[in-house]
Write a protein that binds this ligand. Structure first.
Ligand code: ASP
Length: 407
């Protein structure tokens, strides 16, 4: 997805809004005849979710190498990354509940409340039980996301221990992953028409536009506030406390990769620069740099995880859907895991956010709301992703010397 594509999406949204207003104000009717374009776009996104989760999770986990040989440094790295991602998601959930950017945004009534209602009364045991399915194929058919993620992680982990026997299967999922990403790109090319249809069919009441733009502005501020607290308070504290580093010079030395992350919106593309800055400027050991950073670029996405939780709850607020505590816990779990599955490429987080929405039964139509501003938020969250990896390298570095046998 490039800038030209983002521009076309914006044009699609603006055209949809204009048409919606012309329809309601002049002809006195909502432009529902264009709704099918949006439905087609959303169906295509849904179609790809299951193969996307399986392929991206398996590729991510098999990238670790034989999981039994991870060693204590490997394990600490994975735990550290999981913990910081969890903190980021928690922060996102707190700010979006405090600011409530979606309340009052006119998204119109939602047609599938039963689906959400079915997932409302999630108790503790329901959440634990929803990790494992008694029939993985039934879960795929019903798009129960958590068991598919768990199954994929287990399968991927086991495949790494099989040696030769596992190789063709891993290669298969690598191929599948590439193909799925290509299909996702194709679907995203449909996005301008899709959002045009969704917006045209839904908006149009007088006063809609002002509140819509105001709501989106608040949503952006909420994401930026969450990202800001995580990047400028939480991560520096961890860096200082566990990594024993002064955060200010550490940040200063990272200027080149962070600016590159902002301008490319891709943490993978930034990786070479991140490695160079962490090793040469910040003097983190080569061992830590070369083990922790590539792994981080694949599985550690604090910014993306935070954004996904804010976006999902914003959409629920805009649709007037109250989320129960159980559902918010579900958002916490799936946003943390979905960020693991997100590739380090532009707007990958937007696609895996669909996983979060699906997990709590929120209508995917909501993505139309946030597509307009995603290209910009993507740049900020990518910068935080890279900063999170860099802080991780310094923290893990302190524990490598005491464990020379691992990594
Ligand atoms: N663009 C992000 C990255 O490369 C992923 C995302 O879309 O959130 O890190």
């Amino acid at each position: 997805m490039n800038d030209r594509h983002n521009t076309i999406i914006l044009i699609g949204i603006v055209a949809g809004i204009v048409l919606a207003f012309v329809g309601v104000q002049i002809f006195g009717e909502k432009m529902t005849m264009f709704g099918w374009m949006g439905t087609l776009f959303l169906s295509a996104l849904k179609m790809i979710i299951v193969p996307l989760i399986m392929a991206s999770m398996i590729v991510g986990i098999t990238g670790l190498g034989d999981v039994r040989k991870l060693g204590s440094v490997g394990l600490r790295t994975v735990l550290y990354y999981a913990a910081t991602t969890g903190i980021a998601v928690f922060l996102g959930i707190v700010v979006v509940n405090l600011i409530q950017p979606g309340v009052g945004v006119p998204f119109g009534e939602v047609t599938i409340p039963e689906q959400v209602a079915a997932k409302r009364d999630l108790g503790f045991s329901d959440i634990v039980l929803s990790f494992v399915s008694d029939n993985i194929f039934a879960s795929m058919a019903q798009m129960q996301i958590l068991p598919i993620i768990v199954f994929s992680l287990v399968l991927g982990g086991v495949l790494t221990t099989l040696g030769k026997a596992g190789e063709p299967v891993i290669a298969f999922f690598h191929g599948l992953n590439e193909a799925v990403m290509k299909i996702v790109y194709m679907i995203m090319w449909m996005a301008p028409l899709g959002v045009f249809g969704l917006v045209a069919a839904r908006f149009g009441e007088a006063g809609d536009l002002g509140t819509l733009i105001g709501g989106l502005g608040k949503y952006m501020l909420t994401v930026l506030l969450g990202l800001g607290v995580h990047a400028l308070v939480v991560l520096p504290l961890l860096l200082w406390f566990f990594g024993r580093r002064n955060p200010l010079p550490y940040l200063y030395n990272m200027a080149a990769p962070l600016l590159t992350a902002f301008s490319t919106a891709s943490s993978s593309a930034t990786l070479p620069l991140t490695i160079e800055a962490v090793e040469d400027n910040n003097k983190v050991s080569r061992k830590a740099t070369y083990f922790v950073l590539p792994l981080g670029a694949t599985i550690n996405m604090d910014g993306t995880a935070l954004y996904e939780s804010v976006a999902a709850i914003f959409i629920a607020q805009a649709m007037g859907i109250e989320l129960s505590v159980g559902q918010q816990v579900m958002i916490f779990l799936t946003a943390t895991l979905a960020a693991v599955g997100a590739a380090g490429i532009p707007q990958a987080g937007l696609v895996t956010m669909v996983i979060v929405l699906q997990a709590v039964g929120l209508p995917l139509e909501g993505t139309a709301l946030i597509l307009a501003v995603d290209w910009l938020l993507d740049r900020f969250r990518t910068t935080v992703n890279v900063w999170g990896d860099a802080c991780g390298a310094a923290v893990i570095d302190r524990y490598i010397d005491s464990e020379p046998e691992a990594a």
